[in-house]
Design a protein around this ligand. Structure first.
Ligand SMILES: Nc1nc2c(ncn2[C@@H]2O[C@H](COP(=O)(O)OP(=O)(O)O)[C@@H](O)[C@H]2O)c(=O)[nH]1
Ligand SMILES: [Mg+2]
Length: 500
Protein backbone atom coordinates (compact mmCIF):
# COMPACT_ATOMS: atom_id res chain seq x y z
CA UNK A 1 0.00 0.00 0.00
CA UNK A 2 1.48 3.35 -1.03
CA UNK A 3 0.89 6.61 0.79
CA UNK A 4 0.88 9.70 -1.33
CA UNK A 5 1.53 12.27 1.35
CA UNK A 6 4.47 12.96 3.60
CA UNK A 7 3.83 13.29 7.33
CA UNK A 8 5.66 15.15 10.09
CA UNK A 9 5.53 15.15 13.90
CA UNK A 10 7.65 15.67 16.97
CA UNK A 11 8.73 12.18 18.10
CA UNK A 12 10.07 13.17 21.52
CA UNK A 13 7.84 14.13 24.48
CA UNK A 14 6.28 17.55 24.67
CA UNK A 15 8.53 19.80 26.71
CA UNK A 16 12.05 21.18 26.82
CA UNK A 17 15.02 18.84 26.44
CA UNK A 18 18.61 18.96 25.24
CA UNK A 19 17.41 17.94 21.81
CA UNK A 20 14.08 17.04 20.26
CA UNK A 21 13.50 14.81 17.25
CA UNK A 22 11.20 15.89 14.43
CA UNK A 23 10.35 12.99 12.15
CA UNK A 24 9.42 13.40 8.48
CA UNK A 25 8.27 10.36 6.49
CA UNK A 26 6.79 9.78 3.04
CA UNK A 27 7.56 9.85 -0.69
CA UNK A 28 8.50 13.57 -0.68
CA UNK A 29 10.48 13.51 2.56
CA UNK A 30 13.83 14.32 0.89
CA UNK A 31 12.44 17.06 -1.37
CA UNK A 32 10.62 18.73 1.50
CA UNK A 33 13.68 18.40 3.73
CA UNK A 34 15.93 20.02 1.10
CA UNK A 35 13.50 22.93 0.76
CA UNK A 36 14.17 23.95 4.37
CA UNK A 37 17.81 22.79 4.56
CA UNK A 38 21.00 24.77 4.24
CA UNK A 39 23.91 22.37 3.99
CA UNK A 40 24.87 19.37 1.87
CA UNK A 41 21.86 18.11 -0.05
CA UNK A 42 19.85 15.52 1.93
CA UNK A 43 18.26 13.89 -1.11
CA UNK A 44 21.74 12.80 -2.18
CA UNK A 45 22.81 11.51 1.22
CA UNK A 46 23.31 7.78 1.63
CA UNK A 47 20.82 5.90 3.80
CA UNK A 48 21.60 5.79 7.52
CA UNK A 49 23.91 8.78 7.46
CA UNK A 50 23.70 12.00 9.45
CA UNK A 51 24.46 15.54 8.28
CA UNK A 52 24.92 18.77 10.16
CA UNK A 53 23.17 21.77 8.68
CA UNK A 54 20.75 24.62 9.22
CA UNK A 55 16.99 24.65 9.05
CA UNK A 56 15.87 27.92 7.55
CA UNK A 57 13.04 29.99 8.96
CA UNK A 58 11.72 31.07 5.56
CA UNK A 59 12.47 30.97 1.86
CA UNK A 60 14.88 33.91 2.17
CA UNK A 61 17.12 31.51 4.10
CA UNK A 62 17.28 33.16 7.52
CA UNK A 63 18.42 30.61 10.11
CA UNK A 64 15.96 28.86 12.43
CA UNK A 65 18.07 26.12 14.05
CA UNK A 66 21.33 24.34 13.52
CA UNK A 67 20.66 20.61 13.73
CA UNK A 68 21.59 17.08 12.65
CA UNK A 69 19.49 15.38 9.99
CA UNK A 70 19.56 11.57 9.81
CA UNK A 71 18.54 10.07 6.49
CA UNK A 72 16.82 6.69 6.04
CA UNK A 73 15.96 5.51 2.54
CA UNK A 74 12.95 3.33 1.78
CA UNK A 75 12.47 0.52 2.53
CA UNK A 76 15.13 0.53 5.26
CA UNK A 77 13.38 2.81 7.73
CA UNK A 78 10.93 2.38 10.60
CA UNK A 79 7.97 3.24 8.35
CA UNK A 80 9.43 1.61 5.24
CA UNK A 81 9.31 5.03 3.53
CA UNK A 82 11.93 7.71 2.88
CA UNK A 83 12.48 9.33 6.28
CA UNK A 84 14.45 12.25 7.70
CA UNK A 85 14.82 12.70 11.44
CA UNK A 86 15.88 16.18 12.50
CA UNK A 87 17.56 16.40 15.90
CA UNK A 88 16.88 20.02 16.77
CA UNK A 89 17.59 22.09 19.87
CA UNK A 90 14.97 21.18 22.43
CA UNK A 91 13.15 24.49 22.95
CA UNK A 92 9.40 24.10 22.59
CA UNK A 93 9.36 27.16 20.33
CA UNK A 94 12.00 25.72 17.98
CA UNK A 95 10.19 22.37 17.85
CA UNK A 96 6.93 24.06 16.87
CA UNK A 97 8.62 26.30 14.30
CA UNK A 98 10.41 23.37 12.62
CA UNK A 99 7.16 21.42 12.31
CA UNK A 100 5.34 24.51 10.96
CA UNK A 101 8.13 25.14 8.48
CA UNK A 102 7.98 21.53 7.20
CA UNK A 103 4.18 21.71 6.96
CA UNK A 104 4.32 24.94 4.96
CA UNK A 105 6.90 23.26 2.71
CA UNK A 106 4.57 20.40 1.79
CA UNK A 107 4.28 17.94 4.70
CA UNK A 108 1.10 17.12 6.63
CA UNK A 109 0.92 16.84 10.44
CA UNK A 110 0.84 13.14 11.36
CA UNK A 111 -2.16 11.58 13.07
CA UNK A 112 -1.76 9.55 16.28
CA UNK A 113 0.15 6.33 15.62
CA UNK A 114 0.48 7.11 11.92
CA UNK A 115 4.20 6.29 11.66
CA UNK A 116 3.63 2.86 13.21
CA UNK A 117 0.50 2.35 11.11
CA UNK A 118 2.58 2.97 7.98
CA UNK A 119 5.22 0.58 9.27
CA UNK A 120 2.51 -2.08 9.54
CA UNK A 121 0.94 -1.30 6.15
CA UNK A 122 4.35 -1.36 4.48
CA UNK A 123 5.04 -4.81 5.93
CA UNK A 124 7.80 -3.63 8.27
CA UNK A 125 6.08 -5.36 11.20
CA UNK A 126 2.88 -7.24 11.90
CA UNK A 127 0.07 -5.94 14.03
CA UNK A 128 1.11 -7.63 17.27
CA UNK A 129 4.61 -6.19 16.81
CA UNK A 130 3.17 -2.71 16.17
CA UNK A 131 1.14 -2.97 19.36
CA UNK A 132 4.31 -4.11 21.09
CA UNK A 133 5.91 -0.79 20.14
CA UNK A 134 3.25 1.02 22.19
CA UNK A 135 3.85 -1.34 25.12
CA UNK A 136 7.59 -0.91 24.86
CA UNK A 137 7.24 2.84 25.08
CA UNK A 138 4.98 2.46 28.13
CA UNK A 139 7.04 -0.28 29.84
CA UNK A 140 7.75 0.60 33.45
CA UNK A 141 9.37 -2.55 34.83
CA UNK A 142 11.80 -5.23 33.70
CA UNK A 143 8.97 -7.76 33.27
CA UNK A 144 6.81 -5.35 31.22
CA UNK A 145 9.83 -4.47 29.09
CA UNK A 146 10.65 -8.11 28.44
CA UNK A 147 7.06 -8.93 27.46
CA UNK A 148 6.91 -5.95 25.09
CA UNK A 149 10.25 -6.95 23.57
CA UNK A 150 9.04 -10.46 22.84
CA UNK A 151 6.10 -8.88 21.02
CA UNK A 152 8.22 -6.38 19.07
CA UNK A 153 10.83 -8.91 18.04
CA UNK A 154 8.13 -11.27 16.82
CA UNK A 155 8.39 -14.16 19.31
CA UNK A 156 4.70 -13.88 20.06
CA UNK A 157 3.72 -13.61 16.38
CA UNK A 158 5.75 -16.72 15.58
CA UNK A 159 3.72 -18.69 18.12
CA UNK A 160 0.43 -17.46 16.64
CA UNK A 161 1.66 -18.21 13.11
CA UNK A 162 2.55 -21.77 14.07
CA UNK A 163 -0.95 -22.23 15.49
CA UNK A 164 -2.41 -20.88 12.26
CA UNK A 165 -0.31 -23.26 10.18
CA UNK A 166 -1.77 -26.22 12.03
CA UNK A 167 -5.25 -24.89 11.39
CA UNK A 168 -4.51 -24.30 7.72
CA UNK A 169 -3.39 -27.93 7.44
CA UNK A 170 -6.60 -29.00 9.12
CA UNK A 171 -8.74 -26.85 6.83
CA UNK A 172 -7.01 -28.05 3.69
CA UNK A 173 -7.47 -31.70 4.63
CA UNK A 174 -11.17 -31.04 5.09
CA UNK A 175 -11.51 -28.96 1.97
CA UNK A 176 -9.79 -31.55 -0.16
CA UNK A 177 -12.71 -33.81 0.64
CA UNK A 178 -15.12 -31.22 -0.72
CA UNK A 179 -13.50 -31.49 -4.15
CA UNK A 180 -14.23 -35.18 -4.14
CA UNK A 181 -17.57 -34.99 -2.41
CA UNK A 182 -19.33 -37.02 -5.04
CA UNK A 183 -17.03 -39.93 -4.49
CA UNK A 184 -17.83 -39.91 -0.79
CA UNK A 185 -14.25 -40.33 0.41
CA UNK A 186 -12.76 -39.27 3.72
CA UNK A 187 -9.19 -38.12 3.20
CA UNK A 188 -8.90 -36.93 6.71
CA UNK A 189 -9.01 -39.56 9.36
CA UNK A 190 -11.56 -38.23 11.86
CA UNK A 191 -9.63 -39.43 14.88
CA UNK A 192 -6.57 -37.58 13.65
CA UNK A 193 -8.59 -34.39 13.01
CA UNK A 194 -9.90 -34.65 16.50
CA UNK A 195 -6.49 -34.92 18.06
CA UNK A 196 -5.16 -31.97 16.01
CA UNK A 197 -8.19 -29.91 17.08
CA UNK A 198 -7.75 -30.85 20.73
CA UNK A 199 -4.06 -30.05 20.70
CA UNK A 200 -4.70 -26.69 19.08
CA UNK A 201 -7.35 -25.84 21.66
CA UNK A 202 -5.03 -26.67 24.50
CA UNK A 203 -2.27 -24.52 22.98
CA UNK A 204 -4.63 -21.58 22.46
CA UNK A 205 -6.08 -21.96 25.96
CA UNK A 206 -2.66 -22.14 27.56
CA UNK A 207 -1.68 -18.89 25.87
CA UNK A 208 -4.99 -17.22 26.77
CA UNK A 209 -4.57 -18.30 30.39
CA UNK A 210 -1.42 -16.20 30.69
CA UNK A 211 -3.43 -13.00 30.19
CA UNK A 212 -4.27 -12.37 33.85
CA UNK A 213 -0.58 -12.42 34.73
CA UNK A 214 0.35 -10.56 31.56
CA UNK A 215 -2.01 -7.71 32.34
CA UNK A 216 -0.77 -7.63 35.90
CA UNK A 217 2.89 -7.48 34.79
CA UNK A 218 2.07 -4.63 32.43
CA UNK A 219 -0.09 -2.53 34.73
CA UNK A 220 1.34 -3.57 38.09
CA UNK A 221 0.46 -6.73 40.02
CA UNK A 222 -2.42 -5.62 42.28
CA UNK A 223 -1.67 -6.20 45.97
CA UNK A 224 -4.38 -5.31 48.51
CA UNK A 225 -3.43 -4.55 52.12
CA UNK A 226 -6.46 -5.58 54.14
CA UNK A 227 -7.45 -6.07 57.75
CA UNK A 228 -9.13 -4.53 60.76
CA UNK A 229 -8.76 -0.82 61.56
CA UNK A 230 -5.45 -0.02 63.29
CA UNK A 231 -3.69 -3.23 62.21
CA UNK A 232 -1.01 -1.03 60.60
CA UNK A 233 -2.08 -1.20 56.95
CA UNK A 234 -1.17 2.39 56.14
CA UNK A 235 2.14 2.00 57.96
CA UNK A 236 2.89 -1.06 55.81
CA UNK A 237 1.97 0.77 52.60
CA UNK A 238 4.40 3.54 53.52
CA UNK A 239 7.10 1.00 54.38
CA UNK A 240 6.68 -0.77 51.04
CA UNK A 241 6.68 2.45 49.04
CA UNK A 242 9.45 4.05 51.06
CA UNK A 243 7.50 7.27 51.48
CA UNK A 244 4.74 8.73 53.64
CA UNK A 245 1.94 8.22 51.20
CA UNK A 246 -0.90 7.35 53.57
CA UNK A 247 -1.83 9.02 56.85
CA UNK A 248 -0.98 6.88 59.85
CA UNK A 249 -2.71 7.40 63.19
CA UNK A 250 -3.91 5.36 66.12
CA UNK A 251 -7.47 6.53 65.51
CA UNK A 252 -9.32 3.59 63.95
CA UNK A 253 -11.00 4.55 60.67
CA UNK A 254 -8.32 7.06 59.58
CA UNK A 255 -8.01 5.60 56.07
CA UNK A 256 -11.36 5.99 54.40
CA UNK A 257 -10.54 5.79 50.73
CA UNK A 258 -8.33 3.42 48.77
CA UNK A 259 -4.80 4.80 48.37
CA UNK A 260 -2.53 3.20 45.82
CA UNK A 261 0.87 3.53 44.22
CA UNK A 262 3.36 1.38 42.35
CA UNK A 263 6.85 0.13 43.02
CA UNK A 264 9.15 -2.19 41.10
CA UNK A 265 10.48 -5.08 43.16
CA UNK A 266 12.69 -7.79 41.66
CA UNK A 267 11.90 -6.63 38.13
CA UNK A 268 8.14 -6.77 38.64
CA UNK A 269 5.88 -3.75 38.98
CA UNK A 270 3.51 -4.00 41.95
CA UNK A 271 0.53 -1.79 42.62
CA UNK A 272 -0.17 -1.60 46.35
CA UNK A 273 -3.61 -0.67 47.63
CA UNK A 274 -4.07 0.57 51.18
CA UNK A 275 -7.69 0.08 52.15
CA UNK A 276 -10.06 1.25 54.85
CA UNK A 277 -10.12 -1.15 57.80
CA UNK A 278 -12.92 -3.64 57.39
CA UNK A 279 -15.54 -3.15 60.09
CA UNK A 280 -19.21 -2.31 60.49
CA UNK A 281 -19.61 1.41 60.93
CA UNK A 282 -22.30 4.07 61.19
CA UNK A 283 -20.09 6.65 59.51
CA UNK A 284 -21.44 7.10 55.98
CA UNK A 285 -18.08 8.04 54.42
CA UNK A 286 -16.23 5.22 56.14
CA UNK A 287 -18.91 2.79 54.97
CA UNK A 288 -18.28 3.79 51.33
CA UNK A 289 -14.56 3.28 51.97
CA UNK A 290 -15.22 -0.20 53.37
CA UNK A 291 -17.26 -1.00 50.24
CA UNK A 292 -14.36 0.09 48.04
CA UNK A 293 -11.94 -1.94 50.14
CA UNK A 294 -14.00 -5.05 49.40
CA UNK A 295 -13.91 -4.29 45.66
CA UNK A 296 -10.13 -3.86 45.69
CA UNK A 297 -9.63 -7.08 47.66
CA UNK A 298 -11.85 -8.90 45.15
CA UNK A 299 -9.68 -7.74 42.24
CA UNK A 300 -6.27 -8.22 43.86
CA UNK A 301 -3.82 -10.88 42.73
CA UNK A 302 -2.28 -10.92 46.19
CA UNK A 303 -4.01 -10.01 49.47
CA UNK A 304 -1.99 -9.18 52.58
CA UNK A 305 -4.21 -9.78 55.60
CA UNK A 306 -2.74 -7.75 58.44
CA UNK A 307 -3.21 -8.78 62.05
CA UNK A 308 -2.06 -6.75 65.04
CA UNK A 309 0.16 -9.32 66.78
CA UNK A 310 0.08 -7.36 70.02
CA UNK A 311 -3.56 -8.22 70.57
CA UNK A 312 -4.37 -11.09 72.90
CA UNK A 313 -4.57 -14.62 71.64
CA UNK A 314 -8.34 -14.80 71.75
CA UNK A 315 -8.67 -11.70 69.59
CA UNK A 316 -6.06 -12.98 67.12
CA UNK A 317 -7.80 -16.33 66.78
CA UNK A 318 -11.06 -14.55 66.16
CA UNK A 319 -9.37 -12.42 63.48
CA UNK A 320 -7.97 -15.48 61.73
CA UNK A 321 -11.45 -16.97 61.75
CA UNK A 322 -12.84 -13.75 60.40
CA UNK A 323 -10.22 -13.71 57.59
CA UNK A 324 -11.19 -17.29 56.76
CA UNK A 325 -14.79 -16.10 56.31
CA UNK A 326 -13.64 -13.20 54.10
CA UNK A 327 -11.52 -15.44 51.85
CA UNK A 328 -14.29 -18.00 51.69
CA UNK A 329 -16.81 -15.36 50.59
CA UNK A 330 -14.33 -14.09 48.01
CA UNK A 331 -13.58 -17.50 46.53
CA UNK A 332 -17.30 -17.96 46.03
CA UNK A 333 -17.74 -14.69 44.16
CA UNK A 334 -14.52 -14.67 42.15
CA UNK A 335 -14.17 -12.84 38.89
CA UNK A 336 -12.80 -14.84 36.01
CA UNK A 337 -9.50 -13.00 35.78
CA UNK A 338 -8.15 -13.17 39.31
CA UNK A 339 -9.61 -16.45 40.40
CA UNK A 340 -6.32 -17.54 41.82
CA UNK A 341 -5.53 -14.74 44.23
CA UNK A 342 -2.78 -15.54 46.73
CA UNK A 343 -3.38 -14.78 50.40
CA UNK A 344 -0.77 -14.00 53.00
CA UNK A 345 -1.40 -13.66 56.76
CA UNK A 346 0.91 -10.94 58.04
CA UNK A 347 1.37 -10.56 61.79
CA UNK A 348 2.33 -6.93 62.30
CA UNK A 349 3.62 -4.95 65.32
CA UNK A 350 5.86 -7.82 66.39
CA UNK A 351 8.16 -5.22 67.99
CA UNK A 352 5.50 -4.78 70.69
CA UNK A 353 5.48 -8.40 71.76
CA UNK A 354 9.22 -8.83 72.29
CA UNK A 355 8.97 -8.46 76.05
CA UNK A 356 6.66 -11.39 76.39
CA UNK A 357 9.24 -14.18 76.21
CA UNK A 358 8.79 -15.52 79.70
CA UNK A 359 5.07 -15.25 79.48
CA UNK A 360 5.15 -17.55 76.50
CA UNK A 361 7.30 -20.26 77.97
CA UNK A 362 5.09 -20.49 81.00
CA UNK A 363 1.84 -20.82 79.21
CA UNK A 364 0.60 -21.07 75.70
CA UNK A 365 -2.20 -18.65 76.30
CA UNK A 366 -0.14 -15.66 75.31
CA UNK A 367 0.95 -13.35 72.53
CA UNK A 368 3.59 -14.64 70.16
CA UNK A 369 6.89 -14.62 72.05
CA UNK A 370 10.14 -13.08 70.93
CA UNK A 371 11.80 -16.40 70.13
CA UNK A 372 8.77 -17.33 68.09
CA UNK A 373 8.92 -14.25 65.99
CA UNK A 374 11.82 -15.49 63.95
CA UNK A 375 10.40 -18.91 63.27
CA UNK A 376 7.24 -19.67 61.40
CA UNK A 377 6.96 -23.01 63.10
CA UNK A 378 6.36 -21.59 66.52
CA UNK A 379 3.84 -19.07 65.40
CA UNK A 380 2.01 -21.79 63.55
CA UNK A 381 1.99 -23.69 66.86
CA UNK A 382 0.40 -20.76 68.66
CA UNK A 383 -2.36 -20.39 66.18
CA UNK A 384 -2.16 -23.80 64.57
CA UNK A 385 -5.79 -24.65 64.99
CA UNK A 386 -7.11 -21.41 63.51
CA UNK A 387 -4.51 -21.35 60.72
CA UNK A 388 -5.21 -25.02 59.98
CA UNK A 389 -8.87 -24.20 59.48
CA UNK A 390 -7.92 -21.31 57.26
CA UNK A 391 -5.77 -23.62 55.15
CA UNK A 392 -8.78 -25.82 54.56
CA UNK A 393 -10.38 -22.93 52.72
CA UNK A 394 -7.23 -21.59 51.13
CA UNK A 395 -4.48 -24.23 51.04
CA UNK A 396 -1.74 -21.94 49.70
CA UNK A 397 -2.02 -19.38 52.48
CA UNK A 398 1.33 -18.39 53.99
CA UNK A 399 2.19 -16.71 57.29
CA UNK A 400 4.73 -13.98 57.96
CA UNK A 401 5.70 -11.79 60.91
CA UNK A 402 6.76 -8.19 60.46
CA UNK A 403 7.04 -4.84 62.10
CA UNK A 404 5.86 -2.29 59.57
CA UNK A 405 6.88 0.55 61.85
CA UNK A 406 10.45 -0.67 62.37
CA UNK A 407 10.81 -2.12 58.89
CA UNK A 408 11.45 -5.60 60.25
CA UNK A 409 11.06 -8.45 57.74
CA UNK A 410 9.83 -6.13 54.97
CA UNK A 411 12.59 -7.58 52.77
CA UNK A 412 11.25 -11.09 53.37
CA UNK A 413 7.76 -9.89 52.53
CA UNK A 414 9.07 -8.40 49.27
CA UNK A 415 10.78 -11.66 48.32
CA UNK A 416 7.54 -13.53 49.01
CA UNK A 417 5.60 -11.06 46.85
CA UNK A 418 7.96 -11.59 43.91
CA UNK A 419 7.69 -15.38 44.28
CA UNK A 420 3.90 -15.21 44.50
CA UNK A 421 3.68 -12.97 41.43
CA UNK A 422 5.70 -15.50 39.46
CA UNK A 423 3.80 -18.58 40.63
CA UNK A 424 1.12 -18.11 37.98
CA UNK A 425 3.46 -17.37 35.09
CA UNK A 426 7.09 -16.39 35.05
CA UNK A 427 7.68 -13.37 32.79
CA UNK A 428 11.32 -14.36 32.35
CA UNK A 429 10.54 -17.85 31.15
CA UNK A 430 7.28 -17.90 29.26
CA UNK A 431 5.45 -16.37 26.37
CA UNK A 432 2.77 -14.30 28.04
CA UNK A 433 0.03 -12.24 26.47
CA UNK A 434 -0.59 -8.74 27.76
CA UNK A 435 -3.06 -7.33 25.29
CA UNK A 436 -6.85 -7.44 25.84
CA UNK A 437 -7.52 -7.63 22.12
CA UNK A 438 -5.26 -10.64 21.69
CA UNK A 439 -6.95 -12.31 24.67
CA UNK A 440 -10.43 -11.83 23.17
CA UNK A 441 -9.34 -13.16 19.77
CA UNK A 442 -7.70 -16.21 21.32
CA UNK A 443 -10.85 -16.95 23.30
CA UNK A 444 -13.02 -16.60 20.20
CA UNK A 445 -10.59 -18.87 18.34
CA UNK A 446 -10.84 -21.44 21.09
CA UNK A 447 -14.65 -21.31 21.00
CA UNK A 448 -14.66 -21.89 17.24
CA UNK A 449 -12.37 -24.89 17.71
CA UNK A 450 -14.74 -26.30 20.35
CA UNK A 451 -17.48 -26.12 17.72
CA UNK A 452 -15.17 -28.12 15.44
CA UNK A 453 -14.96 -30.84 18.10
CA UNK A 454 -18.75 -30.83 18.50
CA UNK A 455 -19.17 -31.11 14.72
CA UNK A 456 -16.74 -34.03 14.59
CA UNK A 457 -18.64 -35.73 17.39
CA UNK A 458 -21.91 -35.22 15.58
CA UNK A 459 -20.39 -36.65 12.40
CA UNK A 460 -21.12 -33.48 10.39
CA UNK A 461 -19.85 -33.06 6.86
CA UNK A 462 -16.43 -31.66 5.99
CA UNK A 463 -17.77 -28.31 4.71
CA UNK A 464 -19.54 -27.55 8.00
CA UNK A 465 -16.48 -28.47 10.03
CA UNK A 466 -14.15 -26.44 7.86
CA UNK A 467 -16.28 -23.32 8.35
CA UNK A 468 -15.44 -23.31 12.03
CA UNK A 469 -11.78 -24.01 11.36
CA UNK A 470 -11.83 -20.96 9.06
CA UNK A 471 -13.48 -18.92 11.82
CA UNK A 472 -10.70 -19.89 14.23
CA UNK A 473 -8.12 -18.98 11.60
CA UNK A 474 -9.76 -15.60 11.19
CA UNK A 475 -9.56 -14.84 14.92
CA UNK A 476 -5.90 -15.81 15.18
CA UNK A 477 -5.19 -13.91 11.97
CA UNK A 478 -6.52 -10.67 13.42
CA UNK A 479 -3.96 -10.90 16.23
CA UNK A 480 -0.99 -10.54 13.90
CA UNK A 481 -2.86 -8.59 11.24
CA UNK A 482 -2.88 -11.36 8.64
CA UNK A 483 -6.58 -10.42 8.55
CA UNK A 484 -7.44 -6.75 9.13
CA UNK A 485 -10.11 -4.14 8.56
CA UNK A 486 -9.78 -0.37 8.49
CA UNK A 487 -11.89 -0.10 11.63
CA UNK A 488 -9.60 -2.42 13.52
CA UNK A 489 -6.52 -0.46 12.45
CA UNK A 490 -8.11 2.86 13.42
CA UNK A 491 -9.16 1.45 16.78
CA UNK A 492 -5.60 0.32 17.46
CA UNK A 493 -3.59 3.25 16.14
CA UNK A 494 -5.71 6.14 17.40
CA UNK A 495 -4.76 4.97 20.90
CA UNK A 496 -1.11 5.70 20.09
CA UNK A 497 0.09 9.25 20.53
CA UNK A 498 1.21 11.64 17.84
CA UNK A 499 4.79 11.06 16.73
CA UNK A 500 4.73 7.29 17.31
N1 LIG B 1 4.64 -0.61 67.47
C1 LIG B 1 4.15 -0.66 66.26
N2 LIG B 1 3.14 0.16 65.94
C2 LIG B 1 2.65 0.12 64.70
C3 LIG B 1 3.18 -0.77 63.72
N3 LIG B 1 2.47 -0.59 62.57
C4 LIG B 1 1.57 0.38 62.83
N4 LIG B 1 1.67 0.82 64.11
C5 LIG B 1 0.88 1.85 64.77
O1 LIG B 1 -0.48 1.45 64.77
C6 LIG B 1 -1.36 2.58 64.61
C7 LIG B 1 -2.27 2.34 63.43
O2 LIG B 1 -1.49 2.32 62.23
P1 LIG B 1 -2.12 2.57 60.81
O3 LIG B 1 -1.06 2.25 59.84
O4 LIG B 1 -2.77 3.90 60.73
O5 LIG B 1 -3.21 1.41 60.81
P2 LIG B 1 -4.40 1.15 59.78
O6 LIG B 1 -5.64 1.63 60.38
O7 LIG B 1 -4.43 -0.34 59.62
O8 LIG B 1 -4.04 1.83 58.50
C8 LIG B 1 -0.42 3.79 64.44
O9 LIG B 1 -0.30 4.43 65.66
C9 LIG B 1 0.89 3.17 64.00
O10 LIG B 1 2.01 3.95 64.34
C10 LIG B 1 4.26 -1.65 64.11
O11 LIG B 1 4.77 -2.45 63.33
N5 LIG B 1 4.69 -1.53 65.37
MG1 LIG C 1 -5.02 3.23 57.46
Amino acid sequence: MKHMDTIVAIATPYGVGGIAVVRLSGPDAFDIADRVWKGRCLSEAASHTARLGMITADDSGSPLDQCVATVFRAPSSFTGEDTVEFSVHGSKWIQRQVVDRLVSSGARPAEPGEFTRRAFLNGRMDLAQAEGVADLIAASSRAAHRLAMSQVTGGFSARIDSLRERLIDLASLLELELDFSEEDVEFADRARLRSIAEETISMIDRLAATYASGRAFKEGVPVAIAGRPNAGKSTLLNALLGEDKAIVSDIPGTTRDVIDDTREIGGILFRFYDTAGLRDTDDEVERIGVGRAHEVIGRAAIVLWLIDASENKKEIVSQIEWIKGQIDAQINSQSEIYNEAAHLIVFNKTDLVSDLDSYCHDSHDCHACHACLDSHACLDAHYSEAIGQLKEVCPGVDVLQISAKEGKNIGTLETMLVELAKTGHDPEAELIITNARHYEELRSGSKAMHRVLDALDAGLSADLISQDVRAALHHLGTVTGAVTTDNLLSAIFTRFCIGK
